[in-house]
Each structure stands twice: as structure tokens, then as C-alpha cells.
Ligand binder design. Structure first.
Ligand code: KG4
Ligand code: ZN
Length: 336
């Protein structure tokens, strides 16, 4: 079964074609980073308009690369949430229209399920069950994953997501958007130990996170410093270390609590090298990540998650109505 995947939940238009037998056939990504950079964050209306411009040309390009004719598409999967309403509706309306025109099923995929399953696109994929750490710009989640659609949320952020904390801290240090990669690059020049940041909510039991205090701590450290380039790098490193250590500590706790020994990490922040190095040191734990380019938003994870669900669902009735859900918890999903 060949599934066309469409991702348009935020500032990336991602298109892919996944075949249940042959694997990933082609994928394309258009990032709107340059469009939003001057505003220091994503402008929803600009995002929607750009998705409208890019989606169809990228679909044409993916089909060409995969040498796949339109009538060979067996199903369409699009991101139906969570994300920006306008941006989601672009992918949903185009996805539904294509499916209707071709007479094939269409399925709205949960964006976070796309991230969660993305490491399964790699060679030597994790087998169920496993513990998943989802770290993106909008979410920080620890999930006990029994199988596709069986997700028990063990912990989540009570305020800023970890990616959001990277972005906000970067902004107040005057670094480029998106902040995660900018902080990580600057931290490489940092000297460890000059600034010590707290590890929020680690000194009490539980698996929830709180990252909003870290940006305030970073701001105060920056204001009290001489504001040299070295100070900035040292603060970036201290912030990154605190975030990584907090995530690692909670993962360790969650692995113990759930009895799992496989840890699957995904979402934009899973691209962070320090995080990967640290999690790889967890004793007796096998770690799995998506390839670097599939850590951030992409069409491949949506095509893949859609295919995994569609393969189990049998006949899918596709009507002409559709909707999107800006908020859509993984806990509300069920197996296909
Ligand atoms: O998954 P994603 O592309 O979009 C959402 O679904 O939110 O995640 C984007 C987030 C941003 O906050 C970005 O700063 C962060 O992932 N990020 C990183 C790195 N690369 C991206 N954070 C830390 N280190 C990185 N190398
Ligand atoms: Zn994402």
C-alpha cells in the first residue's frame, strides 16, 4: 500500500510517499524558517499561506522522485492536529480533496503519534512495548507505549515544553530562531561549571516537567554577567546541561517505574547531540532515535503513521467532510 503523507501543522511543509512493502519511497521538506525569522517565531497566518503555496508542488515532486503515477496512490494521510488551526486545515483540505478525487481513503494523523513512531522508520527499529520521550517545540511527554494507539502518559510539562524553553532562552540571548540548534551550537564553545542552573522538579517524586523557570534563570545569569560572547556560550551550555540532565533523570525514573528497557526518543529536541550522548549512558537501556532530518517535522513520519494505522483498519470510509484539532492528546487515541 502506497500512502501519501502531508505534514503542515506548523512551519514546515513535509510531503512523503511510504510503501508498506518497500518502505519510504521519497520525501520532501520545505522549511519556513526564513519566512518567520524576522518575527522571532512562527506567524500563523503567514504559515498557512505558505503551506498553500508549497503543498501541491512538493507532492508533484515527491511523486516524480518515486516514479509513482497519481492513480498508484492507495491512501492519503495528513496531520489533523495538534498544531496551528489554519496550517492544519491546509493539509487537511488538500489531503481530503486528493483522496476524494482519486477515490482512495484519507486519514487524519496525530502529529505527536507521527513523532512517536518516527524511529520505526530506521533500520533496527524498536519493538513494542517501549518508553517514549517526546520532546518538541510544543510538547514534553513521557509515554508508556504498549503498541500503536496504546499510549499511557506518565509525565508531561506543566508549563513550557523543552523545545519552547530552548527557543525562548535563545531569544533572550539574542540568538537566531529556532533556538534549539542555536543554543546547542553556542554551547559547544561554553566552559562547564561557570554557571550552575537548577534541574526543575527533580528533587521531588513524579514524572512531570517544568521548564519555564530555566529561561528566567538564564535571563538573570545574563543580566548579572559582563555580557561577553564567552558569558553567552557558558550560559547556553549551563542551560542545555540542566535541560538534558532533567530529561535524563526523569527518563531513568520512568524506565524504572514502567519496567521498560527500551527508550525511544523523538521530536525536534531529539536532534540534540548532548541529549543523545547522555541518554546513551543510561545503564541497561537500549536507545532509539529518528535520523537527524526526521527529528523535526516531516512528511515521512505522517505517511508512516498513517500507513501503520490504515494497514490495520481494513476498508476506510472517506466522506467529504473534514476537521482539524489544534489540541489533540495522545492519550485519547485508540489502536487502529
Ligand atoms: O518537532 P519539532 O520540529 O516541532 C514541533 O512539533 O514542535 O520541534 C521543534 C523544536 C524547536 O523548539 C527547536 O528549537 C527544537 O525542536 N530543536 C532543538 C534542536 N533542534 C531543534 N532543541 C535542542 N537542540 C537541537 N539540536
Ligand atoms: Zn513536531
Amino acid at each position: 500500500m502506497k500512502v501519501l503523507g502531508i505534514e503542515s501543522s506548523c512551519d514546515e511543509t513535509g510531503i512523503a510517499l511510504y510503501d508498506s512493502e518497500q518502505g519510504l519511497l521519497a520525501h520532501e521538506l520545505y522549511s519556513q524558517i526564513a519566512l518567520h525569522a524576522e518575527y522571532g517565531g512562527v506567524v500563523p497566518e503567514l504559515a498557512s499561506r505558505d503551506h498553500i503555496r508549497k503543498t501541491l508542488p512538493l507532492i508533484e515532486s515527491v511523486l516524480k522522485q518515486a516514479k509513482c503515477a497519481r492513480h498508484e496512490i492507495d491512501a492519503v494521510a495528513y496531520t489533523a492536529g495538534p498544531g496551528l488551526m489554519g496550517a492544519l486545515l491546509v493539509g487537511a483540505s488538500i489531503g481530503r480533496s486528493i483522496a476524494w478525487a482519486l477515490g482512495v481513503p484519507a486519514l487524519g494523523v496525530n502529529h505527536m503519534e507521527g513523532h512517536l513512531l518516527s524511529p520505526l522508520l530506521e533500520e533496527n527499529p524498536p519493538v513494542f512495548p517501549f518508553l517514549s520521550l517526546l520532546v518538541s517545540g510544543g510538547h514534553t511527554l513521557l509515554i508508556d507505549v504498549q503498541s500503536v494507539g496504546q499510549y499511557a502518559i506518565l509525565g508531561e510539562s506543566i508549563d513550557d515544553a523543552v523545545g519552547e524553553a530552548f527557543d525562548k532562552t535563545a531569544k533572550l540571548l539574542g540568538l537566531a530562531y529556532p533556538g534549539g540548534p542555536a543554543i546547542a551550537a553556542l554551547a559547544e564553545q561554553g566552559e562547564a561549571g561557570r554557571f550552575i542552573f537548577p534541574k526543575p522538579m527533580t528533587n521531588r517524586p513524579g514524572l512531570d516537567f517544568s521548564f519555564s523557570g530555566l529561561k528566567t534563570f538564564a535571563m538573570n545569569a545574563w543580566m548579572d554577567s559582563d555580557k561577553t560572547q564567552q558569558d553567552k556560550a557558558d550560559i547556553a551550555l549551563a542551560f542545555e546541561t540542566a535541560a538534558v540532565e532533567t530529561l535524563a533523570l526523569k527518563c531513568k525514573r520512568a524506565l524504572k517505574q514502567s519496567g521498560r528497557n527500551r527508550l525511544v526518543v523523538a521530536g525536534g529536541v531529539s536532534a540534540n547531540k548532548s541529549l543523545r550522548i547522555r541518554l546513551d549512558t543510561l545503564h541497561g537501556v537500549e536507545t532509539f532515535y529518528p535520523r537527524q532530518e526526521f527529528c523535526s517535522d516531516n512528511g515521512a513520519m505522517i505517511a508512516f503513521a498513517g500507513c501503520m494505522r490504515l494497514a490495520e483498519m481494513g476498508e476506510v470510509q472517506s466522506d467529504t467532510s473534514f476537521s482539524a484539532q489544534p489540541r489533540w492528546s495522545l492519550a485519547s487515541l485508540s489502536p487502529p
